[in-house]
Design a protein around this ligand. Structure first.
Ligand code: PMP
Length: 442
């Protein structure tokens, strides 16, 4: 009986309210009671307090509503792969069925590591398959990196804004997150240096800098080459690791490719050292296979291996064999070129529509690749508050605040152009511009 009366009292005092299943928001008086999400509050670990669901995940249900133009998700256009190509691939895997249906090594099958080294080399990084470790999407890699490096109260530097899914993954380990401002050329190294100096003065232990250098999610901007070198210099000076998350590097449809931080480090240092590179098949093949990877030095990979054993033993053999077969025998580079042609057309449609319809004092980035445009509204506007109105008019986007640990920058929105056809993008931006115009002070 110990503790039970006390905990029920706590629950009563908190007034365990009825909340929406997804958002956790209190149900309004006139709404049907849904579900009591507070019921076991007295049992949850402290780490859960810092964890929140990503706005994009919460929006999923809304996005599948018929008629909605979703500029919200980060979905690649998997329709482009085609049913027939998928059928051929499936029969190729069937030849390896016993292994495909089996458990595999925690770090992944050898065949796929060769494929990954080839993919990384195609992007200009002289990768070594011995330094490759398979994960269940880059998302798991983010979680494992945080698991391996972060104690409660440690600090990390992230771009401001940064990928909301990374904030989610990191939050479970309860770090202090410092956002470093960006401009059109990505994270500003002098600001990163100031933040690192300040953190040191405060006695904080900064463990890593997290960056999405190419066509950043959500900002759409790309880190300039000199800044990549400066970031590496900073990591050496302050003795920390750089987590380079690069899902979009190959989705470039304009301008010259830039070397990855991993490539620069190998060039300067002779080998991989403090750059932990994260890759994924989600954007160059399909997110449904849930496969990504870490390329890092062996000591870090060993710790990540131990972390993954406790998480899911190994990633899907089925997916690994599927990818190996496709990347060894199929025209994956041709497929990426095809995706890029589709995304370029849609990006152009989005930029043109923004220029045509948006009221003045709304600004946006010009991504040279990837999936996202980042729009900035006048500072008095709140994109979160505006979302229900946009959804009522059948357009969805992701409000900017979810891309900051502290929820600031409410006057931003992330707009996705990879999933919806160009005409719908145009229509969606037109409607969105109307919603914004309703609130703009004249
Ligand atoms: N990092 C970034 C920057 C992303 O945008 C995403 C997915 N949107 C991920 C990691 C996770 O990708 P996945 O788990 O599908 O590999």
């Amino acid at each position: 009986m110990l503790g039970l009366p006390e905990s029920s009292a706590r629950r009563r005092r908190r007034g365990a309210g009825n909340r929406d299943r997804c958002t956790g928001e209190k149900a309004k008086d006139n709404q049907m009671p849904l579900v009591d999400l507070d019921r076991f509050d007295f049992l949850y670990a402290n780490r859960v307090k810092g964890m929140k669901t990503a706005a994009t995940r919460d929006l999923m249900a809304t996005l599948s509503r018929p008629g909605i133009i979703s500029l919200a998700g980060g979905f690649p256009d998997t329709r482009a792969f085609g049913e027939e190509a998928f059928r051929d691939l499936s029969s190729a895997i069937a030849r390896d069925s016993a292994q495909a249906l089996q458990y595999g090594p925690t770090g992944g099958l050898e065949g796929i590591k060769d494929v990954i080294a080839e993919v990384m080399r195609a992007e200009g990084t002289p990768a070594d398959q011995d330094n490759v470790f398979i994960t269940t999407g880059a998302q798991q890699a983010l979680d494992l990196v945080a698991k391996v490096f972060l104690d409660e109260g440690d600090a990390i530097l992230c771009e401001g804004p940064t990928y909301a899914g990374a904030l989610n993954a990191f939050a479970a380990y309860r770090p202090r997150i410092a956002h470093v401002p960006m401009d059109r050329a990505g994270i500003i190294p002098s600001a990163a240096r100031e933040t690192l100096k300040r953190a040191k003065k405060q006695g904080l232990h900064v463990k890593f800098i997290y960056t999405v250098p190419n066509f950043q999610n959500p900002g759409g901007v790309t880190l300039a080459k000199e800044r990549r070198r400066e970031l590496l210099d900073l990591a050496r000076e302050f003795d920390l690791v750089i987590v380079e998350d690069n899902p979009y590097g190959m989705l470039r449809f304009e301008g010259e490719p830039l070397p990855t931080l991993a490539a620069l480090e190998i060039e300067e240092h002779g080998d991989v050292d403090r750059v932990v590179y994260l890759g994924t098949f989600s954007k160059i093949f399909a997110p449904g296979v849930r496969l990504g990877w870490v390329h890092a030095q062996p000591g870090i990979l060993h710790k990540i291996n131990v972390g993954k054993q406790g998480a899911d033993l190994c990633s899907s053999n089925l997916s690994q064999i599927m990818i190996t077969s496709y990347f060894q025998n199929g025209d994956w580079k041709g497929y990426v070129r095809r995706l890029n042609a589709i995304y370029k057309e849609r990006r152009d449609a989005m930029l043109a529509a923004l220029a045509e319809f948006m009221p003045k004092d709304v600004y946006w980035t010009h991504p040279e690749g990837g999936l996202f445009v980042w729009a900035t509204l006048p500072s008095y506007l709140d994109a979160t508050a505006m979302l229900p109105r946009a959804i009522a008019k059948n357009v969805a986007y992701v409000p900017g605040e979810g891309f900051y640990a502290g929820g600031e920058h409410k006057n931003n929105m992330r707009l996705n152009f990879s999933f919806v056809e160009s005409e719908k993008i145009r229509r969606g931006i037109e409607v969105l511009a109307d919603v914004i115009r309703e609130r703009v002070e004249l």
